[in-house]
Design a protein around this ligand. Sequence first.
Ligand SMILES: [Zn+2]
Length: 272
Amino acid sequence: MPELPEVETVRRDLIRSLAGKRIEQVKILNAGSLKGATPKGFIREISGRSFARFGRRGKYLILHLETGQALVVHLKMTGVLQYQQKGDSLPKTARIIFYFSGGGRLVFSDQRKFGSIELVRDADRIPSLQKMGPEPLEKEFTVVALKARLGNRKRPIKPLLLDQTIVAGLGNIYASEALHRAGILPQRRAGSLTAPEIKKLHRAIVQVLKEAIAARGSSVDTYRDGQGKKGWFQVKHRVYDKQGTKCKRCGGTIVKEIFRGRGTYWCPKCQR
Ligand SMILES: [Zn+2]
C-alpha cells in the first residue's frame, strides 16, 4: 500500500510529465473509482483543463486544476497513477484514463478498486484531510508537536502512528521501520514514551521517509511510480517483511505477529 514516500514519488513524476499539458479527453472505465461527481459531470468539469499545481497531503495526491477545483487521489491498496505514451500497453486494471495534448495519457489503474479520484471544489475542506496530523517533512513536525499529540495516550504507539492524526502519511512499512530505528516496541503505550524516546522516534520518522523518497519508494506489492517503474527502498527494510532474519543493529531475530489487525514486525532484542 503506497505511503508518503511512494505518493511523493508519484507527485514528482507527474510534475515532470503533466505540467503545461491540457486534458483533451477522459475515459471512465469504472464509475466506482470516481467520487464527488457523476462520470458525465466529471468529464464536463475537467475536459480542456490543465493542472496548475501538484500537491500532496499525507497519502493523498492533490491535483489542483486551474479553475480552483482539485482532483484528490487516494491510491489505497493497489492504485497506480502512471503516465504513458500512445503506443504503451494499457494496464488490464485501468479504471480512468486522461488523454493529454501532445499524445500522452495518465492512467489510473487499481486492481482491488479501493482507490479513488475525487473531484472537489475546495481542496482545503475535505473532512479526511482536516483531521490529519502534521506533515512529517514540513517545519510544523517538531519533537514538541509529536510529544503534544502523543500526550498521555493509552493506545499502543504503532496503531496510533497509522491513524494519521499524530503524523500524516505513515503506513505499516514506515511506522514499523521508524519504530525499529528508534528502538521502541510497537506495542508500547504511547503515553509511556520518555522524552529521549520521542526525540529518537521523531528523527527516525523523518530519516526513514527521506531515505525512502530518495529510493523512489518501496515496491513490496503493486506499487509503481509515475512512470510505471518499481521503487527500491524495500531492499533497505530492516524489519518490514524481514521476519526470521537477523537484526542489522543487534543480531537478534526479527519477529512478525498480527497486532491490532496488522502484520507487525520488530526485533525483540533491541526494541523496548
Ligand atoms: Zn535488534
